[in-house]
Each structure stands twice: as C-alpha cells, then as structure tokens.
Design a protein around this ligand. Structure first.
Ligand SMILES: [Zn+2]
Length: 464
C-alpha cells in the first residue's frame, strides 16, 4: 500500500514538473552578425523576432537566465522586458478593448480572427454583386481557411479575366499584414462605381484575397503566445515540438539546403514533406483551380522590402528584368506616399535564403508573377495609429499588380475569348461588325457604327 502511494506521489511529482510552465521568455535586443551568432542563440533556445534573418540588431526571445551567456558570447543582449508575454498581454487588451467599444474605424487597431471573418462577411453583404466568400480548406484545428473573390460582373462568362491573389498571415505573429491586405479589399469595394480607376481594375481583374492563411497560428497569438510564427501541427513524436513554418512547406525546391530547417523545434521547420500542411495545400489547390491566376503577393512583416524570386538560390530568375522593373515601380509608388524607401530585389540576396517559400513555388511551379512584401515596422506590432498609413502607403504598389496583369493578359479586344490577342480577334470583330451584332458595340452607344470599329482598333493596338 505504501509502495503504491509512493508510486502515485512520484508520478504526481513528475507530472507536475512536466506540465509546470517554463519561466516566461525575456524580450531582448541583440546583435546577429554571423551564422555563428545565430547558432549561439539557437543553443540557448532563443528565437529571433524577425520574419527572415539578416545581419543587424534584432529583438529576440530568450530564457531569462541566458542573458549572461549571450553577453559572454558578444551578442550584447539588452533586456527590453523581463517577461515578454506580460508585455504582449497589454497590447492584446488594448486591441480587444477597441473592438469591444465598437470603434467605427476598423483600421484603428488590430483584429482577432473572428473580427476579420465578420469584416469579410460585412464586405460581402455590402456588395454581393462583387464579393464572394468561399472556403479553400481547413487548418489542423479544423478552422476554415477563407478566400474572398472581388470582381466585376460577367466574370463567369469571362474565363480569360486574369486573377491576382493577395494573401497574408502565413506567419502567425505578423498581425499588420491582415490589416494591410483587408485595406486593399475595402478600397476595391468602396471605390467601385465611384472611382473610374478602381472600377476598371475590378472589372478587368479577378482579385482573390486570403487574409489569414494560418488561422490556427493567428488565433494562438491572440490567446496564448503573441510571438508564435508557425502553424499548429501537433507535436512530432521524437522532439515533441509543434508547428511547421508554412513559408518553408511549398513544393518547389522543397528539402535540404540553405534557408530552412528539418528540426521540428526550429522556427523555420519545413515539415515532413512538401505540402504536408493543410494550410499550404489549401493555397496550392486554390492556385490549381485558378488557371487564369497571373500574379500574387504574399504579405509579411517587417523590413520594408519588395521581394521576388528566387529565394532558394542567389541566381537570377529568367524573368529578372521584368520582376525588377515591376518592383522598382512598386517602390516608387510607396515612396511617393511619405518618402519611405523600400528595398527591392530577389528574396535570397535582399533578405535571406528561403527554401520552400511561396514566391519560388508560385513563380517556379505555376509561372505566376510572384511578389512578397516585408512591410514597414521595427517589430511585429507597429503602434495602431500606423496601421492605416502602412495600408495606404502600399496600396498603389499592390494595385500595380492588377494594372500589370490587366494590360498584359486581360484583353478586352480578345473578341473570340481564347485568352490570346491575335489576328483571329480582328477577323472575329469584323464578322460581328459587318453583321451589326450588339457585341460589336464597344462604345456602349446602343448602335454599331464606325466609332466602334475605331475603338476596337484602338484597344487592339494597345494590346487591351
Ligand atoms: Zn513572415
């Protein structure tokens, strides 16, 4: 009996120890100059609070007792807050208070997952003729991954209408990306009918939004750990560590090499196989179901960058010149807002090696003009009054992708609707014109006359 009791007590003690929460991490700033510095940080189970690493002074989470170790190693840690989670809780309270008191400006503060979904439904209710919400998959914890399609009338009868995909929050803690992405959707909806430029973009382009690619991770940053990055894949049996870095799980050049990790505890863990995660598979399936998809932007935070392929190699892509020209134009548009100068370039050489990321997959596998932002900021939570300027600043650059695909692929003058722009369209138009077919009325005058013919030639020559 005594033996049994002791055994029970021993089990209880062991269990209690096993489930006792670790000491909360300290929030520090430290220097990362070399791969050796990164290794020293990893050795104490520290984590850099950046989206992608580059040399510099960064915020990091470390066990409180690791400060002297990193000091001795020359990383110059300076404690910002001895309990990082306590610091984050204040931010969460503020944002939830803003929501609870019904602040009318949705962009006044960050929003939890439910509020983001509510906002999507509100957009659909406001303009059901333009907005359609649909589910593209389910996360590990069975949360829906929602997409929103925004496009003008007749999209169903227009299989050639080019599509642009804007997705955000693949990394759970990069909250501002959701706000910035939703702002683009809001602009398209609010500007339709009133603003000719916006109306044209909505009519000529199918806009697809996935504001929260990683809903489990996002929710977890609002309930438990503000600094969580990965998805919520259940713990692996050997190391007992959770989560996959979804931006290392895409199936182009997935596997060993620079810019990823095969250790389940790593913030950049690539997962057991390409597309092993339901969240990345959902994005892949949306892409496969959208053959007219021509461009995408994967929004991250923070570093003030416009990035394009490649991420896995320093070699330049075959389309580097076009990528760079587009990237420079985006940079210029951002600069004009308040003089903020984003860097432009391939992922690998501009920020860091990233293997198995979205940019390489969308371009390398799907042949899509593929971009990624690292938004403005010095941490994952720019103060809430910075949300709207961040959104307004990047909007014209993001819309450029729509202009680009509309001009390049969305031909109004594609009369025979074969998604190509060639002499057969001229023949098809002449047939309609001679027959006086209402479809030949390109000026919308109600009759088919010489002005329509002139308009066709004009559109055709502009490759529209
Ligand atoms: Zn990121």
């Amino acid at each position: 009996m005594i033996t049994t009791l002791l055994a029970v007590l021993a089990t209880a003690v062991v269990t209690a120890h096993a489930v006792a929460p670790d000491a909360p991490p300290a929030l520090v700033q430290l220097d990362i100059r070399t791969a050796a510095d990164l290794a020293r940080l990893a050795a104490v189970e520290g984590e850099l609070l950046v989206c992608e690493v580059r040399p510099g002074r960064h915020e990091a989470l470390i066990p409180p007792d690791a400060v002297p170790v990193l000091q001795a190693a020359g990383l110059n840690p300076a404690v910002i807050h001895p309990d990082a989670h306590a610091a984050a809780a204040a931010e969460r309270r503020r944002a939830l208070d803003t929501l609870a008191r019904g602040e009318p400006d949705w962009w006044a503060d960050y929003k939890p997952l439910d509020a983001v979904i509510d906002k999507m439904h509100e957009m659909q209710a406001r303009r059901p003729d333009l907005v359609e919400i649909f589910e593209i998959g389910r996360s590990w914890e069975d949360r829906p991954i929602l997409a929103m399609r925004i496009t003008g009338p007749r999209a169903e009868a227009d299989p050639c209408r080019p599509a642009v995909l804007l997705h955000s929050l693949i990394h759970a803690r990069e909250w501002i990306t959701v706000m910035v992405n939703m702002w683009v959707a809001e602009t398209l909806i609010a500007g339709f009918d009133d603003d000719p430029y916006i109306t044209d973009l909505v009519n000529r382009v199918e806009w697809l939004f996935v504001p929260v690619v990683n809903p489990d991770g996002y929710d977890y940053t609002w309930t438990d750990d503000r600094f969580w990055r990965k998805n919520r894949r259940p713990p692996d049996p050997i190391f007992d560590r959770m989560g996959v870095d979804l931006n290392r799980n895409f199936g182009y050049q997935w596997g060993p090499g620079q810019g990823q990790s095969n250790y389940p505890g790593s913030p950049t863990y690539r997962g057991p196989a390409a597309f092993s995660e339901p969240e990345t598979a959902a994005l892949r399936d949306l892409t496969l179901a959208t053959p007219q998809l021509r461009a995408h932007n994967d929004m991250h935070s923070f570093s003030e960058m416009i990035l394009f392929p490649w991420g896995y190699t320093p070699a330049l892509s075959p389309d580097h010149e076009t990528f760079d020209a587009l990237g420079q134009e985006m940079r210029q548009r951002i600069f004009e807002y308040r003089g903020r100068n984003y860097a432009v370039g391939p992922v690998f050489t501009t920020i860091y090696a990233v293997r198995g990321g979205t940019v390489d997959y969308f371009y390398g596998d799907r042949g899509i003009w593929s971009f990624s932002y690292e938004l403005f900021g010095t941490n994952f939570s720019p103060p809430p009054h910075q949300i709207r300027p961040n959104a307004e600043e990047t909007l014209p650059a993001t819309l450029l992708l729509g202009e680009f695909v509309a001009d390049r692929y969305g031909f109004i003058a594609d009369i025979n609707r074969d998604c190509a722009h060639d002499f057969y369209d001229v023949a098809a138009y002449l047939n309609l014109f001679i027959a006086g077919d209402p479809a030949a009325d390109l000026t919308g005058s109600g009759t088919v006359n010489f002005l329509d013919f002139t308009r066709f030639i004009e559109l055709f020559n502009q490759r529209r």
